[in-house]
Design a protein around this ligand. Structure first.
Ligand code: PLP
Length: 449
């Protein structure tokens, strides 16, 4: 029999038959032995809950091929001579309900464009979430500003607004909330703090396509919002990104910056003075792939949402498994990753790494997610560089190091467990496999540590 083609139910039946025969004379109750949760852990040599694979990513079909070939044959591969990037910008703005959208080469270049354009300068400070991908703070270093981390809310996985004000100094210019894993950050309190202290807000929505806060799309709540279209993302094109906003003049200035400083739309550099800029342009090929991928985004997002909700309904009753809590006002999470926290106290003190290994052995791929950004070695590399020693006083950098202690984020980084978004594109039975495997590990927790 080909094991990979056997469903888990069939598989358990097959496995159980042998077990039943073997224990026929045993004093143990048959029902207990047949209970799937009581089976031996796969990491200890037992049968895994699942042997099937998971949906692969990215997903495409032939419908994109003609358009890609048409661009190739036209020779108009750059946005200046083609029409596709401009068309994509219009469509993505429509999809989000944004007044304006600029396509860029990547999410990283979108963030750099936004930070530069809202006026974050060398020697400024930007408050940012410490539970994030390295790009969120690398871009702050790229504009020679100081990334100042405000502690996380371990329940929501996002920045804790109550920890922001204590990190504001006279140099603070912006807040960079991250809708990490596709979970909307607490935008109302963040925006209130920004208004009070006259700070700009650039949203890192690089994992939050179609996510909503109070029924408004993430990326359109602050001054500018940034997206990524890298290959792993829900709207993939290999590489790619976008800056969106409702202030058209501001997005026009982003456009100028991303295109060597050339005037765009309403933005004319004052007098005959040129304005600084660079080349962060998207290619025509990327735009064609994105327009094709856009057709499936809403449907995929809905499916991920339904599966995530079902999975949460099954996981929330397992002791020691704490699903994430949405921020009040988060009306749509989009689950670039599905997160929960693992409480080893309820798993016989087994370290998270043991749990991850056991779950992987049951056929459920998983990871422990991000490490603490505030302890990333690249911080010291930056702070010790010539430019940072010129831009910030020794007193400021000393205080920065002293205050860069984030207990809630440490806890979150130590307890988190993630599943990737492609797993949420499966069936309800796939979600049951995940929950069954975790229940099985819980039942066998005495054999875990
Ligand atoms: C992917 C990502 C980025 C960077 O996007 P790239 O397109 O890879 O440059 C920034 N922030 C977050 C949170 C991301 O997930």
């Amino acid at each position: 029999m080909n094991r990979t083609n056997v469903s888990r139910r069939e598989f358990l039946t097959t496995a159980s038959t042998g077990v039943v025969a073997a224990i026929a004379a045993s004093p143990l109750a048959g029902a207990e032995i047949l209970n799937k949760k009581a089976g031996k852990l796969a990491c200890a040599g037992g049968q895994p809950v699942r042997t099937k694979g998971w949906p692969s990513w990215p997903v495409w079909d032939r419908s994109a091929e003609d358009e890609i070939l048409a661009v190739l044959r036209s020779g108009n591969w750059f946005r200046g001579s083609g029409t596709r990037v401009t068309e994509f910008e219009k469509r993505y703005a429509e999809l989000l309900g944004a007044k304006s959208c600029l396509a860029t080469a990547s999410g990283t270049t979108a963030l750099i464009t936004a930070l530069h354009t809202v006026g974050v300068e060398a020697g400024d400070e930007v408050i940012v979430s410490p539970y994030t991908f390295v790009a969120s703070y690398n871009v702050i270093f790229m504009v020679k500003a100081l990334p100042v981390f405000a502690d996380s809310d371990a329940e929501t996985f996002t920045i804790d607004p109550a920890r922001i004000e204590e990190r504001i100094t006279e140099r603070t210019r912006a807040i960079l909330p991250v809708h990490i894993l596709g979970l909307p950050a607490a935008m109302d309190p963040i925006l209130a703090i920004a208004r009070k202290h006259r700070l700009v807000v650039v949203e890192d929505a690089c994992q939050a396509w179609l996510a909503e806060y109070k029924n408004q799309k993430c990326g359109l709540l602050g001054d500018l919002g940034c997206f990524s279209f890298q290959n792993s993302k829900h709207l993939p094109a290999g590489e790619g990104g976008a800056v969106v906003g409702n202030d058209e003049a501001l997005v026009d200035r982003c456009h100028a910056f991303h295109n060597c400083g050339r005037p765009h739309g309403a933005f004319q550099p004052p007098g005959s003075n040129p304005t600084r800029g660079t080349n962060f342009r998207m290619q025509e090929f990327q735009a064609v792939i994105l327009m094709s991928q856009m057709k499936r985004l809403e449907k995929d997002t809905r499916l991920r949402g339904e599966n995530a909700q079902y999975l949460t309904s099954r996981l929330q009753d397992i002791p020691g498994i704490v699903p994430f809590k949405p921020n009040p006002g988060a009306t749509r999470a989009v689950y670039h990753l599905y997160p929960f926290r693992y409480k080893k106290e309820l798993f016989n003190q087994a370290p998270r790494q043991r749990f991850l290994e056991a779950l992987g052995a049951e056929g459920i791929p998983c990871s422990g997610g991000y490490g603490p950004a505030n302890k990333d070695g690249l911080l010291e590399e930056a702070l010790n560089s010539k430019s940072y020693r010129r831009l910030f006083s020794k007193e400021r950098l000393d205080r920065y190091r002293q205050e860069n202690v984030l207990p809630r984020n440490d806890q979150l980084c130590a307890e988190a467990v993630w599943f990737t978004q492609n797993m949420l594109l499966g069936t309800r039975q796939d979600m049951d496999d995940i929950a069954d495997a975790i229940e099985k590990i819980y039942e066998n927790r005495d054999k875990l540590a």
